[in-house]
Design a protein around this ligand. Structure first.
Ligand SMILES: [Zn+2]
Length: 263
């Protein structure tokens, strides 16, 4: 019964997001799967964490759309999310709902779920709000080197702070719903760590391309926004932005679960 209510609830949210152009058709189908599992097997508290991620990240992408014009070609996709993005951001969290369903007595399900969402939320907040930093970002692998805004692997004070707040937005209800306040700092810092790992991958092994027409580095492949075919210049070709987001969540989970084991 709860799975059925979860399915109805998920399909309504996915439809509204599709109508609002936050999701394309494949993204809406993927979100229905994710939402059904999270609400159906987890329940309201789990669905609220997922919605906080989904609503705040979609709203931020929307709010700063104008401000980022011109930077947009650096990001591989627009603000309309597809299935790859939905699973890249929400797939790992969904796996932890399944862990909870199998081992309801264990804290691993809830901590892993919250940490995975905190990390991808931290990363989204950093990406969307980091562009407001007054000075250009610095490369995470070489803090002496300033890079153009929107460059993968670039970090700033403002973006890092936004990342911590983005993680805290998930960590607060995660602590509140379980009345375990050690989860608040734990999930916040795990989310920040995941987001920094995301930047590290962007600076090192994430697939990067070059547009010969615009003479610009981009994550877009095979075609740039201008329609030109992009050329691979560095990084592992399979490691696209969706896999980097997945790795961001995984890093947050590893940090959170390794600390939880000591408590
Ligand atoms: Zn181009």
């Amino acid at each position: 019964m709860q799975i059925f209510i979860g399915f109805l609830f998920a399909i309504i949210i996915a439809y509204l997001a599709y109508r609002a152009h936050s999701l394309n058709i494949t993204g809406a189908l993927a979100a229905t799967v994710v939402g059904t599992i999270v609400f159906g097997l987890g329940g309201w508290t789990w669905a609220i964490l997922l919605l906080l991620f989904f609503i705040t990240s979609s709203a931020l992408s929307r709010m700063f759309k104008k401000r980022k014009q011109g930077l947009d070609e650096k990001f591989s996709k627009g603000h309309e999310r597809d299935a790859g993005q939905v699973f890249g951001n929400g797939g790992l969290a969904t796996a932890f709902v399944l862990v909870h369903a199998l081992y309801p007595e264990s804290a691993i399900g809830w901590v892993g779920f919250a940490a995975a969402l905190a990390a991808v939320n931290a990363d989204t907040w950093a990406t969307e709000l980091g562009v407001l930093n007054p000075t250009p970002p610095r490369m995470i692998t070489d803090l002496g080197k300033r890079v153009e805004k929107g460059t993968s692997g670039g970090i700033s004070l403002f973006g890092t702070f936004a990342s911590l707040i983005g993680a805290a937005v998930i960590a607060l209800p995660a602590a509140l719903f379980t009345d375990n306040w050690s989860l608040f700092p734990l999930i916040s810092l795990a989310g920040l760590a995941g987001s920094l790992f995301d930047s590290f991958l962007g600076a090192t092994v994430q697939a990067m391309y070059y547009c010969p027409t615009d003479k610009k580095e981009t994550e877009k492949h095979p075609l740039h926004t201008c329609g030109t075919e992009t050329v691979h210049i560095r990084g592992w070709e399979w490691l696209d932005n969706d896999w980097v987001n997945f790795a961001c969540g995984a890093a947050g989970v590893l940090v959170a679960l390794s600390v939880v084991n000591f408590i």
